[in-house]
Design a protein around this ligand. Structure first.
Ligand code: SAM
Ligand code: ZN
Length: 296
């Protein structure tokens, strides 16, 4: 197969793919793990598996085997982006960027599994100016945005439960923010000395809304289960519990209540009816656990 380095013919696919070359070089075929390069109007691996590039600029690296995950819908992605762009989670984004910075001090790749719109990846790359980024997600609505998240980042469609389309040891910092995780694949793609950063909601996350809107609260055993999943492959080296108070217009309080799984048991319209009783600004606790791990 022709790769960019040994072939300077023009590949039209590179006009469409919004992906810096070091990021393209870090990809691996989801079928055979061969390296992936441009081939005419598509991407192709060394054994000939072929992949499309979406017109929005992300690589389509799904295997076609059917998906096992739950991709975010257009509405979910729009709501999440609106909430993030309003800055309500900015303190979390900057802590994630700080946590990733040591592993990216000499550059390297930051990959975000279940990246959504690429908001956290963008903050990581702003903080670590020599690093490149890759956003991975199952949702085409998320990927359309993730592909444009940062000039040093690209995006690819994948089903994280079926493996990650990355070469062994290609990643210096792996982000996983409220998204699917698999310890074996995370371990395979991280370089020795790399960092895995996992963010989960803390026990009092959105506590005020749990009471006022009748949401389901965070499962207290979640943290325990996370450690059980990761500990065969990873050792926890740091992290912090991050908490802050958000002052939200009622509409954003509704949005954040709808962003998690917590409101899905309510009848349609019920969340809005209960939210009408909230006084503005609505003070809401944001609480997160940021875990930093290194591969064993
Ligand atoms: C709760 S959202 C979090 C998004 C982002 N990390 C954030 O915090 O803004 C979970 C994300 O995981 C994606 N997702 C769900 N199942 C997936 C899978 N099997 N593989 C890859 N991504 C998946 C969804 O499409 C969604 O974007
Ligand atoms: Zn292949």
């Amino acid at each position: 197969m022709a790769t960019l380095r040994d072939d300077d013919r023009h590949h039209p696919v590179l006009d469409r793919l919004r992906m810096p070359l070091p990021v393209l070089d870090s990809l691996a075929c989801p079928h055979c793990r061969g390296s992936i390069g441009p081939a005419g109007n598509a991407l192709r691996c060394t054994s000939g598996h072929s992949f499309d590039v979406a017109k929005e600029g992300y690589a389509g690296l799904l295997t076609g085997a059917g998906t096992t995950g739950t991709a975010d819908t257009a509405d979910m992605v729009r709501d999440r982006q609106g909430f993030q762009e309003a800055g309500h989670y900015a303190p979390l984004a900057s802590r994630i960027a700080e946590a990733a910075a040591p592993a990216l001090a000499d550059g390297g790749l930051a990959a975000d599994v279940g990246a959504g719109t690429g908001y956290y990846l963008r903050n990581v790359l702003d903080r670590s100016p020599d690093a490149f980024g890759l956003g991975l997600d199952l949702s085409k609505y998320a990927l359309r945005r993730a592909a444009k998240a940062h000039p040093r980042a690209g995006a690819a469609a994948c089903d994280a439960w079926r493996g990650l389309p990355l070469r062994d040891g290609a990643v210096s910092a792996l982000l996983n923010v409220f998204a699917p995780r698999g310890a074996d694949e995370f371990h395979r793609v991280l370089r020795p000395g790399g960092a895995l950063i996992v963010v989960t909601p803390g026990p009092d996350h959105l506590g005020e809304l749990v009471g006022a809107l009748g949401l389901v609260s965070v499962d207290a055993r979640k943290e325990e289960r996370l450690e059980e999943t990761l500990s065969p492959r990873f050792e926890r080296t740091g992290g912090e519990d991050a908490g802050f108070t958000m002052r939200l217009p009622r509409s954003d309080a509704l949005t954040v209540a709808g962003m998690g799984p917590s409101a899905r048991h309510l009848a349609p319209g019920e969340l809005e009816r209960r939210a009408a009783a909230l006084t503005e600004p609505v003070e809401v606790t944001a609480s997160f656990r940021i875990g930093v791990y290194r591969p064993r």
